[in-house]
Design a protein around this ligand. Sequence first.
Ligand code: 0A1
Ligand code: ZN
Length: 865
Amino acid sequence: MFDARDAFAAPAAPAPTLREDYRAPDWLVPDIALGFDLDPARTVVRARLSVTRNGEHDRPLRLEGEELELLSLTVDGERREPVLEDGRLVVALGGAEAVVETEVAICPEKNSQLMGLYASGGILCTQCEAEGFRRITYFPDRPDVLSRYRVRLTADKARYPVLLANGNPVEQGEAGEGRHFAVWEDPFPKPCYLFAVVAGDLACNADRFRTMSGREVALGIWVREADLPKTALAMQALKDSMAWDERTYGREYDLDRFNIVAVSDFNFGAMENKGLNIFNTRYVLADPETATDADIDAVAAVVAHEYFHNWSGNRVTCRDWFQLSLKEGLTVFRDQSFSEDMGSPAVQRIDQVRTLRAAQFPEDAGPLAHPIRPDSYLEIANFYTATVYNKGAEVIRMMRTLLGPERYRKGTDLYFQRHDGQAVTCEDFVKAMEDASGVDLSQFRLWYSQAGTPTVRARLDQSGGRTALHLDQSVPPTPGQPAKQPMVVPLKVALIGAASGREISPERLVVLREERQVEPFANVTEPAFLSINRQFSAPVIVVAERKAGEIEALAESDTDAFARYEAGQELMQRDLLAAIGGGELRTEAVVTAVAATLRSNALDPAFKADAIALPGESLLIEKLDAADPARVHTVREAMRRAIGVGLKDDLSRAYMGTSRADPSSLSGEAKGLRRLRGATLGLLAAADAGLGRTLAARQYASARTMTERQAALMVLAMLGGEEAEAALADFYGRYESDPLVIDKWFAVQASVPAEETLDRVEVLGRHPAFTLANPNRLRALAGSFAGTPAAFHRADGRGYDWQAEIIVAADKLNPQTAARFVAPLGRWRKIEPGRAAKMRAALERILREPGLSKDVLELAGKSLG
Ligand code: 0A1
Ligand code: ZN
């Protein structure tokens, strides 16, 4: 029925895509030939698609396209008048196969979304995952359409001397008028999201790798000439990754060359395009003078991650985007295992769990909660989340724990062999694990469908001369999922003698499957302490009933390094939350535990650094119902001060001891010492600003690594005053020409936990070096600011207003990156009512903005609830 009001109504809300609506593609494209006439202002793309009808049907071929100027269409050589429906090119075809050719023009230099073909610092490059290929040419842009690609690139030779695409180079030469061409062929059928081309004036760090079957692979890392010296660490990580995947998973590289290109403008970390990974410079360029140890570790992890995708993602890919965790959860688990094998497993695990708690637990507890295999989306780019990636990795890790390493490996072997060259589902992965191991994973599958972090309550009952572990579990309601079923929770458990401090019941795997379960421990009669969820064997919240002195004892003597760290954190959290809740701040137990950690001869310095760090303000806020962020900050600072005052001598001694770290070494020992140097300096400064300034200024001036320099700068910035301004000015001058370091300059200032930080952030937003167009710079300012509760949650709400304005402004250029800053505003449910109302108002203001992207619309809408 016609209703006149409809004509004036706001545009209809976009319809979500549902997992249950999946249908196989109507048409397949086994082969595609692409020709690019590259030019930043106007690139012409010719595509020749060989299409075949998939099954019995009479539906037309539908090709997605976005911001394309269609120049021509032919079918089997005959010109056709194009038919466009909702932006799709609809091509009626009679037979079982056809050759469809299109010619389109696109404008890379105006592409500020950084999806499709775009320009970054004089380089032309592409980003196609998830749905960017449609911004290059008309195509069935979905991951279950796999094609063999032949790509011909033509470009101005002086401006773009290097022309790269997926696969192997087959031809190159002159094209007249100062232009040249190159032809690349990729023999492996791939979904279009793995397509990539690059053109630029690039220098190459070239190396080789001999695979386990003796093939030579040519490796190249392509960057601006001046950046070549900063590629050595990434190259080493690449070779280590290739060898590791052969050793650990039996996976060999399959092409004759493997290229990595670094670009400055990139929405995410990096992209695993087949044989041609494209990276954010942040995850390629690193040396100890300009990158911190954490940055350097991240380079190795991301290089490994993208390389591992060659099997987990590329050779075996996803059927549809709801299956994203199939490739991402598995690949994150693989890169985590790589990092554990290359460094200290316990310290790596602590870092992984910190990330999970900081990014994923809040997501799972808030309005954006979704299962690792989501059921619906408006904009798939919004589902590249900590849940899909990091919780997804925890789910794979749990399967390995349940099956054991040998059967897990049999499972991955079967998975890769059975599905090589296919686009499959999470279910296919679980099935391969079951078939290879004989283990029934029916109930385990709930981890794929149920959102929310389970809480496990644990009580060690030692009454009546017997010992039994009482467990119960509950999974909280999440949007669209009011009631949950009990999950499979693999808990590694040991009992520690209360008197002896020794393991009186060695570690065992307790698998919780019921809502309530009792696990007897035979032959344990002496009083015991409970060491549970060792190594963080399950991504759950454990609430254990503790005996007097239990946590304190475990923080000092748990035999599992991770559990020991956990006990220390639990202790700090207990006393912090009690004081935040209105009680008196008790610091003795924490000070004693920190002292024991600092004085221990057995612990390595990196572990000490982690163990003496207090839980972050964001994490504490998550534990509260109506948090007052100012009070959280005050109490946490008071605890830091108490540690600093109480342990000044220990901290000074530890601090001085760390100066022996060899600045030229990236060994675990040297990195650990530098980490401890930063942690001890922070606590000393919290107790005595004068001393902190002196030490930090000295450390800043004499620093030989960015790890030391940045840590000193952060402490100075927190203390404020002339020294801070001098150091900040020096830092800027010293590194003005290095954008990745200037990002740090923005990030440090936006991370100072104080209300006045907002004033500085406002000024920085108008600084000539600030730009909304570069995602790294935007993250450095807006991401850091939102991650600093004491500043972001100013009582007057101006922090939220600033954030909302930035989101709206950035959305006009780059919706994907703008949307990344919405979630912090959605945490209002955890914040006291006054601020919460202001957070909601900021979200409402965003939603009233005309022309909002689907990306921001989806997240702001859900955040408001
Ligand atoms: N697959 C990549 C992540 C990625 C996703 C989207 C991108 O463009 C918007 C870029 C990268 C990974 O897991 O590393
Ligand atoms: Zn990935």
